[in-house]
Write a protein that binds this ligand. Sequence first.
Ligand code: UGA
Length: 431
Amino acid sequence: MKITIIGTGFVGVVTAAVYASLGHQVTGLDIDKKKIKSLQKSQVPFYEPQLTNLLKQQQQQKRLKFTTSYAQAVKNAELVIIAVGTPSAPDGQADLSYVFASCESLALYLKKQTIVAIKSTVPPGTLDQVKQKINQARQQQKLSKIKYYLAALPEFLREGSAVQDTLKPDRVLIGTENSQVFQKLQKLHQPFKAPIVQMKPASAQMAKYAANAYLATRITFANQIADLCQKNGADIEEVLTGIGLDKRIGPHYWYPGLGYGGSCFPKDVKELAAYSRAIGEGDNILNKVNQINENRIPKLMRQFAKKLAGWQNKVVAVLGLSFKPHTDDLREAPATKVIPILLQAGAKVNSYDPMAQYSPPTSTNYQQFKKIKTACQDADVIIALIEWPEILSFDFSQVKTKKHQWFIDARNQFKPKQLEKLGYDYLGIGR
Ligand code: UGA
């Protein structure tokens, strides 16, 4: 199949490389010339395991190319996938301007029978607007009416395991009411050996938002139970084991911490909340989930400060800067909130991350190190923020140099007793 993917951000590049690996002819299109130039040289502008190798392989096999030309990319495509960003607008709703701009550009080169599938996260109703934009753009250029098809094709990949998630998805949702379109997209996704479900476009779009909103709510729920445990002597890890054994609930994906981050959960929860308000259904759980998550870091940092008698003049080692392991993405990463709070409160901050680079708005008293050992040198407090394997496997006895040293385990990944044995004063989440 000849496939064009518009938008060579995270989702676009991963999807392009994976579809090419199935034997299709794939073109990645972006208006950002610099990005396309580096992708043409197999240089990926972010860190994602397995991606660079896959990209190189597919380019060598001549199955994958990148361009800035809509004419070149769209005129022969049987399937055009829109994977551009949909950032939150000031009112919290999804800003669809990149989606619409790409529709207006592709409209001019669209050939008949092409399927235009929207992978970007968009609210129900967007396909009607997309259709309008494409038709208007063709009318303005006095181009003839043609038969093309629209579909919703939401993505469910996670950063850090995006290639594997795309190759082995839990499910593929295809939002179309046209059986021919469904069959074509079904055939494309069959090699993934996952359940492929046909549904209305609006259902596919809602399923994408609802999946992220549910997972974010589940994490928030666990975090709130952790806060209760903190007050009453229970240990959240034991409590979660106790409830997770209930088959209706399950033991997965609710590990407590400083709240969810990244480029998706915070944005999608806010967007679904704003969308709910806009359609008169604003009195739901989503606004509250977002608010609880936003308040979480300041609240926990106040609690920690109380325990260790303030941050002023303390040397604090912050380990893990990206929003989660195996990515260099700093969007909504806890470090970007924790470090400014520490600096504001008068601490000296030394940080470490194996991949991400972070500099806070005011960087006096801040330094990033290449090694955990040097970042922890003379630390009064060590904060293990992100569960990078390098951090989990580090021998913290090497940096236990002061009589009084605190260890904040922000993801509950360490054994409190082991750290206490080394002489640290241990603080976890909800334990
Ligand atoms: C998320 C979803 O998991 C994907 O299915 C979805 O496709 C993607 O958003 C998207 O919409 O594009 P991602 O943002 O890459 O993927 O990261 P996750 O691994 O889901 O983690 C999100 C946040 O939740 C992180 O801050 C993580 O630390 C936090 N989290 C995750 C917890 O606090 N506890 C957990 O048990 C799991």
